[in-house]
Design a protein around this ligand. Structure first.
Ligand SMILES: O=P(O)(O)OC[C@H]1O[C@](O)(CO)[C@@H](O)[C@@H]1O
Length: 773
């Protein structure tokens, strides 16, 4: 048996529980008229009413004794003293230093960290004020008015929650958006209606390595670069980083002047009051942010100094242990009766469950008791019309935290009275219920009566404050932070690590590699293998069918793609399946091409242009005029002619890019000549394989249009198979895609070869603006 279960107070609670289990809250209130007055405690502007809990004086005595026996006070003091309480990562957990007044001294490894904290806050305030006062300008000279926070977990949930909670205090001229999911939809929707030249991206990541955040950060940079004409200097005006990883921030291209740091002793889920709160500060201003920090600090001081019996985080934590371990309660509902707190339950889910979702003790022994419960919730009164039924009349015990404020921030008519009436009524109904007798006395038939009985005896806490201010929010969050800590101290677990998220992350990296290298053998269990195979197939189909529509749907902007060929020039724009075409011949110059194209694409709106060019390029510039077209292509300024940023790529490489499904792909374009490109893990290498010696000539002589004409279909067919086989042997691609107009003459395909689609040239052109390739 574990040391915890051996403790005298734990045993006393076990012995005591059956007695309480028999008692109804109705009896507890009837037997103790002073209960409502005694079972409440106040701190940092919050009233904490725990009278509707299934406890009596004796229960509380045992619970406080348990806290003492488990050394909660000593652990708390160790945390406040900067000791390495995060034992598995050998780090302090000093979020309390983030809100300490400047005069305080809090040391980590002998160094006072408070001046550093205030140094960063000061720099954050300078930036926040510059933005709020319209002095921070984007690349076009327009003031920044959109702030997009890119982060996930602790680098997202805190900032989103705080922005929503304190929206009332925010500068309404500014738009704040939050992108967290690796699902591109999150990014696409967040920037949908934003002007890039008015948008600042805050890349928030403690480690600056998190897959989701870095993927979104690169998409954000591409989105901006496309609008800024590829001018790298624009990054400085549009990107700041919040991180502890200076090197990774610099590698991304953000200078350290634009980085707002924090420290390894701040856990991600405890970081919303560090520089991770920059978006909050920009929204509400440095003064209101300071008020929020003062609110945090007031609760920290209460937790540090108040006796356990009057200590809100301790009482809250102990009640959680009581229900989790002695009543087998599995979940805890958090129900704010305040619309501004709509993201508070989601924020608490990470704080509580990433902290206390642990199954081994600090010493690494498996626990033989339950640890952190499931947290969930929604704002009232909405929840009343969905899941409250189960809380009232279901079979489970679900302790509830109700949060409410005396004053509304948007008072109007009876709204607030009704809101508060509801929260009070819910706590009353849950505690006292309605007996069968009461139901019958109301004249309800015997048949229906059991359905109308409310057993009651459902415990809840009422957390009340005057008004949702920045300070009230700060102290509310600190209350939960410290109650989580109290519980961890009782359960003897580490609330500051999160190894549990690692396995999924590692496997995802392996799976994504297998998805993108479709020929890699699969060595998972049969279920995982089958699902990967399903997706590989679906993905192939999507790429083949959706060559036109897919990139359009995901492209971060509208791209005009021009595919220049020896007989035709084709153009298409993302988001529109219509293709236009003009004729080309040996006289076509870039000027005449643009002149003829203009009327054909009149009315098309685009932000960037991709050109597939039928000739060699050097360092993304045209190196030679094309063999089959006119002159004047080398050095032609397409960006000036279109008034948009332009990317030029070899035509075969563009079609290859559009056909690419990951891994090592060899692309062969069977047209007038032989276009070749090789893509390895997303890096394109246009190749001039066409002119390698083959038989009595070159590859192109045999498999190009000339070969087809001179040798006839049958022989040409055999040479195509031979050339493909030789290149497969030499380059070992995972797969080969055969594109170009002549591929239609091949009735069968060699092993490991897929048929390309000329439309993939457009897909490749769209993709050029989606990523760095
Ligand atoms: O801020 P980062 O380093 O990008 O991490 C984001 C989140 O990922 C986790 O490490 C794991 O989910 C969280 O603890 C953290 O809040």
């Amino acid at each position: 048996m574990s040391a915890l279960r051996e403790k005298a107070a734990w045993r006393a609670l076990e012995a005591h529980q059956p007695e309480l289990d028999k008692q109804h809250l109705r009896d507890l209130f009837a037997a103790d008229p002073g209960r409502a007055e005694r079972y409440r405690a106040d701190a940092a502007g919050w009233k904490f009413d725990y009278s509707r809990h299934r406890v009596n004086d004796q229960t509380l005595e045992h619970l406080f004794a348990l806290a003492r026996e488990c050394g909660v006070e000593a652990r708390r003091d160790a945390m406040f003293a900067g000791e390495k309480v995060n034992v598995t990562e050998q780090r302090a957990a000093l979020h309390i230093a983030l809100r300490a007044p400047a005069r305080k001294v809090i040391k980590v490894d002998g160094v006072n960290v408070v001046p550093e904290v205030h140094g960063v806050l000061k720099r954050m305030a300078t930036l926040a004020n510059a933005i709020r006062e319209g002095r921070w300008l984007g690349f076009s000279g327009r003031p920044i008015r959109n702030i997009v926070n890119v982060g996930i977990g602790g680098s997202d949930l805190g900032p989103v929650m705080a922005y929503e909670a304190l929206r009332h205090y925010s500068d309404r001229k500014l738009q704040l958006r939050f992108v967290s999911n690796v699902d591109y939809t999150d990014f696409a929707e967040a920037v949908h209606d934003l002007r890039p030249d008015e948008t600042l991206f805050i890349i928030a990541s403690k480690t600056f390595t998190t897959l989701e955040t870095m993927t979104n950060a690169h998409s954000a940079r591409d989105w901006l670069m496309a609008a800024a004409g590829g001018d790298k200097k624009a990054v400085a005006k549009h990107f700041v980083a919040l991180s502890t990883n200076e090197k990774a921030v610099e590698d991304f291209g953000i200078s350290t002047d634009q980085m707002y740091g924090f420290w390894d002793w701040v856990g991600g889920r405890y970081s919303m009051d560090s520089s991770i709160g920059l978006s909050t500060m920009i929204a509400i201003g440095p003064d209101a942010f300071a008020e929020m920090l003062a609110g945090f600090h007031a609760m920290d001081e209460h937790f540090r100094t108040a006796p356990l019996e009057r200590n809100l985080p301790v009482i809250m934590g102990l009640l959680g242990v009581w229900y989790t371990d002695f009543f087998n309660a599995e979940t805890q509902a958090v129900l704010p009766y305040e619309q501004y707190l709509k993201r508070f339950p989601a924020y608490l889910q990470q704080l509580t469950m990433e902290s206390n979702g642990k199954h081994v003790t600090l010493e690494g022994r498996t626990v033989d008791y339950q640890t952190g419960p499931v947290y969930w919730g929604e704002p009232g009164t909405n929840g009343q019309h969905s899941f409250y039924q189960l809380i009232h009349q279901g079979t489970r015990l679900i302790p509830c935290d109700f949060v409410g404020f005396a004053q509304s921030l948007n008072p109007s008519g009876r709204h607030h009275d009704l809101l508060i009436a509801n929260v009070i009524a819910q706590a009353e109904a849950l505690a006292f219920g309605k007996t069968l007798q009461q139901v019958k006395d109301e004249g309800i038939s015997d048949e229906l009566a059991p359905h109308r009985v409310f057993e009651g005896n459902r415990p809840s806490t009422l957390l009340l404050a005057d008004r949702l201010t920045p300070a009230a929010l700060g102290s509310l969050i600190a209350l939960y932070e410290h109650s989580v800590f109290t519980q961890a101290a009782i359960w003897n677990i580490n609330p500051f690590d999160q190894w549990g998220v690692e396995l999924g992350k590692q496997l995802a990296l392996r799976v994504v590699d297998e998805i993108e290298s479709p020929r890699k053998p699969l060595n998972h269990d049969s279920a995982t293998n089958a699902t990967i195979a399903w997706y590989r197939k679906a993905r192939r189909k999507t790429t083949a069918e959706g060559a036109v529509s897919t990139p359009a749907a995901t492209s971060p902007q509208r791209v005009l793609v021009i595919d220049i060929g020896g007989s035709h020039v084709k153009a298409m724009i993302s988001g529109n399946a219509r293709e236009v075409e003009i004729k080309s011949d040996r006289t076509l110059t870039p000027e005449t091409m643009i002149k003829q194209l203009r009327p054909a694409i009149r009315g098309w709106k685009y932000d960037a242009v991709s050109i597939g060019y039928p000739g060699p390029l050097l360092h993304d510039r045209i190196a030679r005029d094309p063999y089959n077209l006119g002159k004047g292509w080398v050095g032609f300024d397409f960006a000036k002619a279109f008034g948009r940023p332009v990317k030029i790529i070899n035509d075969a490489a563009m079609q290859a890019l559009g056909s690419y499904e990951g891994g090592r792909m060899l692309f062969l374009g069977l047209g007038t000549g032989l276009g070749t490109a090789f893509i390895v893990d997303g890096i394109i290498e246009p190749m001039e394989l066409a002119h390698l010696p083959y038989k009595k000539g070159t590859f192109e002589d045999y498999v190009g249009s000339r070969g087809l004409k001179q040798l006839g279909k049958k022989k040409w067919h055999a040479h195509v198979f031979d050339v493909v086989g030789q290149l497969q042997a030499a380059l070992e691609p995972d797969y080969v895609v055969l594109g170009g107009g002549n591929v239609r003459h091949l009735e069968t395909l060699p092993e490991g070869v897929r048929r390309g689609d000329n439309h993939n040239a457009f897909a490749g052109g769209f993709r050029l603006w989606e990523n760095k390739t």
